[in-house]
Ligand binder design. Structure first.
Ligand code: ADP
Ligand code: MG
Length: 210
């Protein structure tokens, strides 16, 4: 099983659909500890990313991810636009010169993207951000790769780890981003960015295996 440029385009289609379907959930989560724009941000950003990738029709893996990164950085304001834009930009660099990705290539792509978010946002695990879903997912991917697990199982395990990480943000006090302004009042609410990050991985698990 190998991931091609067409799989990445299908992933962007799935993400446009996913964020349209979950727009009000993400908005409600952000209304509780932020400014109620995360659903709109993600829906707008990935609608643009999917449309621009279809229009530009980049010929390779790197090109698809680069177009998505540029759309996200341009169309999504706030914290999450540059952060998810960086995920796709660093992921694109990890795909340079590759026609397809095997399991190691997919893990390298996510690793580069997630490290990019860490570098830009300077958040650590436990700060109640998207990284609380993404870092456990990356850990599961690396473990799967070491054990020689098949890519579809690696991605399913990573999605499950992200979901657990997302749920674990509820009792946390936010230390980064807008929610941190609330101090202890941020406790008791699931982080919107950790939720969109889980949805991002779930869409990858669903599309890369086909
Ligand atoms: P804004 O907070 O600017 O309105 P969004 O609502 O779109 O932007 O995104 C909020 C999400 O961004 C948060 O739920 C959190 O997961 C994530 N976030 C905020 N700051 C950081 C950071 N420094 N590092 C990683 N993720 C962050
Ligand atoms: Mg917001």
């Amino acid at each position: 099983m190998a991931v091609t440029r067409d799989h990445l385009l299908a992933w962007l289609e799935a993400l446009e659909r996913t964020y349209a379907e979950n727009r009000s959930w993400l908005t409600d989560l952000d209304a509780a500890i932020g400014d109620a724009d995360h659903g709109a941000n993600m829906a707008r950003g990935f609608a643009a990313a999917r449309a621009e990738a279809a229009q530009n029709a980049p010929g390779d893996l790197r090109g698809v991810l680069q177009v998505a990164a540029a759309s996200l950085i341009r169309k999504v304001g706030g914290a999450s636009g540059p952060l998810y834009g960086t995920l796709f930009l660093k992921a694109s660099t990890a795909c340079a010169g590759k026609e397809t990705l095997d399991a190691a290539g997919v893990v390298a792509m996510f690793q580069a993207g997630i490290k990019g978010i860490q570098q830009l946002g300077k958040a650590a695990e436990g700060d109640k951000t998207m990284l609380d879903a993404l870092l456990p997912a990356l850990g599961a991917m690396r473990k799967g790769l070491e054990n020689g697990t098949e890519l579809n199982v690696i991605l399913a395990d990573a999605t499950a780890a992200a979901e657990r990480g997302m749920l674990a943000t509820t009792p946390m006090q936010a230390r980064k981003g807008r929610a941190s302004y609330l101090g202890p009042r941020s406790v008791g609410h699931q982080d919107p960015g950790a939720t969109s990050a889980w949805l991002l991985l779930r869409a990858a698990a669903e599309t890369f295996g086909k």
